[in-house]
Design a protein around this ligand. Structure first.
Ligand SMILES: Nc1ncnc2c1ncn2[C@@H]1O[C@H](COP(=O)(O)OP(=O)(O)OP(=O)(O)O)[C@@H](O)[C@H]1O
Ligand SMILES: [Mg+2]
Length: 128
């Protein structure tokens, strides 16, 4: 099964989270600078000159990791949770989704094989 994990975390936690993922030999990460809000939004004020961004939208980091097993889904989610945690509102959220397919452009591999990276800690699923 191919699973995509999307995490929204504090900007200042990005290095800690990326280091923790690297220590687990997770390869294949995309991150973005984004604007977001959680449950505490609701103020109807807007940044002057920009009608589209409410002031309660805060800069956050979005991290995407695609893995090839449910075991790795759990490991990556726990790794992000523990390395992004402060215990305060705004620590962020992690979502996971099933992915229909993947394709490694260089080799033409598809499915789990396209996600799997050549590491003993992230082995390919058995071929049966
Ligand atoms: N339901 C959601 N959909 C999409 N993005 C979300 C959602 N909830 C949170 N986010 C993203 O996560 C960031 C951090 O959310 P936040 O941690 O404040 O969530 P929360 O539900 O308010 O929890 P807390 O009470 O701990 O603050 C948001 O700025 C946003 O980018
Ligand atoms: Mg919040």
């Amino acid at each position: 099964m191919i699973i995509k994990i999307e995490a929204y975390i504090r900007e200042e936690k990005m290095d800690d989270v990326l280091d923790a993922l690297a220590k687990m030999n997770v390869h294949g990460i995309t991150c973005y600078q984004v604007m977001g809000c959680g449950a505490q939004h609701g103020i109807k004020k807007y940044v002057r000159g920009n009608q589209n961004i409410p002031v309660n939208m805060l800069p956050k980091i979005k991290i995407e990791v695609v893995v090839s097993t449910e075991e790795w889904e759990d490991k990556v989610m726990e790794c992000i949770r523990s390395s992004a945690f402060t215990g305060h509102h705004g620590d962020g959220k992690i979502f996971s989704y099933e992915v229909r397919n993947a394709l490694r452009i260089r080799t033409g591999e598809t499915g789990e094989q396209a996600v799997y990276s050549n590491s003993s800690l992230n082995p390919a699923p058995p071929k049966n």
